[in-house]
Design a protein around this ligand. Structure first.
Ligand code: EPZ
Length: 421
């Protein structure tokens, strides 16, 4: 397995362009299954999860082509298989996102149950209950979801819990259902809104975008000539590099990112002592060479502080001035990075779903192991701020969600290189 070797102590300075959002590209690629016309999708990040999604669409018989600007053309008029097999789904849970589109367009779908993962059980009960309420016949046997529906019927849904991919699956299903669907307690993440905007460009009739009540008037078909849609920028990638600069007391500018996508994160960075300046599509952070101050956070669905930034802020708090609490309310097991940071000298105590962090002046390098996507990013950040050489193992987790991380960090002056297995 590849490893990343990081020599800490360098202040990060410079400019980066933010890539497209993984968590918008994945549902949007799944949504192309709804269209009976080819669609061109741009600003797709180069990530392992994207490759896996293209592999999944390909094995269904979808025609894919990539142009010189790395836009991806998807043509799902040639589909032959309505199945997402276990060997693909087990490597990427978000394959569940093909369930709604397949059911809505073709009336059938056989999708492997996406097991749990390191951060939690990750059930999909809300997805299935919603589809059943829309008239689908769903059987779960031998680890597969077998779903059938002559034509889904619009209805009123109140989701028990805010779920991003649950909202996305039901939203996609509702676009071709008969009649009107209302989804209450819908997720408001920007990636959900980006999917809804894409669906409307394909001819869907969705209103309430960006709110927790989505209204969808079902239509007979979706697809328009010459649609070219660019995925929105990745707010979590942007937040990760801003924290890297804050931890190393540096100064960076991020281009191609709208500040409103990460207001809660920018507020917390300002509280930590960062000087933040923003334009329409750029963000600048300057620490003026100062050590960050400890900031307490509590994760919750958008627009509150995102769970996908929790590990990165735990890393920052581990070297910040003062004591802070980090409370994780979305996933039940998202503190696995803590024991790795403790091996680097972090003073963090875990009490149920809260980490109590007393900042130390310096972490010390140590060999550490990544366990999930954002935890692995937080270990790279810790390595950037630690004295000595940190070796991060199992970085395939990182490659799932960060586009060329070592190149981008090197561009900011970090000493980091990939050690192939
Ligand atoms: C999405 O996962 C993201 N993934 C996650 O990003 C992100 O952490 C998460 O939303 C929360 O923002 C993608 O968009 C591909 P949820 P998702 O359904 O949709 C419970 C990353 O790092 N729940 O919003 O799977 C669930 O257990 C990844 O990029 C049910 O109980 O998360 C959790 O406690 C990690 N039943 C809570 O809801 C359901 O049917 C929120 O999960 C669905 C969810």
């Amino acid at each position: 397995m590849d490893k990343l070797l990081i020599t800490g102590g360098k202040q990060l300075t410079g400019t980066l362009t933010v890539s497209g959002a993984k968590n918008a590209a994945l549902p949007i690629l799944a949504a192309t299954l709804l269209s009976d016309k080819p669609v061109l999708i741009g600003n797709i990040p180069h990530l392992h999860d994207i490759t896996t999604t293209l592999e999944l669409l390909g094995c269904m018989g979808v025609e894919l082509s990539v142009d010189e600007k790395l836009n991806i053309e998807v043509n799902s008029s040639t589909i032959t298989k309505l199945e997402a097999p276990y060997e693909l789904v087990r490597t990427m849970r978000s394959s569940i996102l093909v369930l709604g589109p397949l059911l809505a367009r073709f009336g059938q779908a056989d999708v492997s149950l996406p097991g749990g993962c390191a951060i939690g059980a990750r059930p999909v009960d809300i997805h299935l209950i919603g589809l059943e309420k829309m008239g689908a016949d769903i059987k779960v046997e031998n680890g597969y979801i077998h779903a059938k529906a002559k034509r889904l019927k619009g209805c009123s849904l109140i989701l028990d819990q805010v779920t991003v991919t649950g909202t996305e699956n039901l939203l996609m299903a509702a676009t071709l259902a008969e009649g009107k669907t209302i989804i209450e307690n819908a997720a408001r993440e920007p990636e959900v809104s980006d999917l809804a905007n894409f669906l409307n460009k394909m001819g869907a009739k969705i209103s309430g975008i960006g709110t927790d009540v989505l209204e969808i008037e079902g239509v007979e078909r979706l697809g328009v000539e010459d649609l070219h849609y660019n995925v929105l920028p990745d707010r979590i990638e942007a937040g990760t590099y801003l924290v890297a600069a804050a931890m190393t007391r540096g100064k960076i500018r991020l281009n191609k990112i709208q500040p409103k996508l990460l207001d809660a994160v920018l507020d917390k960075l300002s509280e930590a002592g960062a000087k933040i300046t923003c334009g329409k599509d750029w963000i600048e952070l300057d620490m003026h060479g100062k050590r960050p101050k400890a900031v307490s956070i509590r994760t919750a669905p958008f627009p509150a502080f995102p769970t996908d930034m929790q590990a990165q802020f735990t890393a920052m708090n581990s070297i910040a001035k003062g004591v802070s609490t980090i409370t994780e309310t979305v996933f039940e097991n998202r503190f696995m990075h803590v024991q790795e940071m403790q091996r680097m000298g972090a003073n963090i105590k875990l009490e149920s779903n809260t980490a109590i962090c007393t900042g130390v002046k310096n972490l010390t390098a140590a060999p550490v192991m990544a366990t999930d996507l954002r935890a692995s990013a937080s270990l790279v950040l810790s390595g950037l701020a630690a004295e000595g050489e940190t070796l991060v193992d199992r970085i395939y987790h990182i490659d799932r969600g960060y586009d060329h991380i070592e190149e981008k960090l090197s561009q900011l002056g970090a000493t980091i290189r990939r050690i192939p297995r």
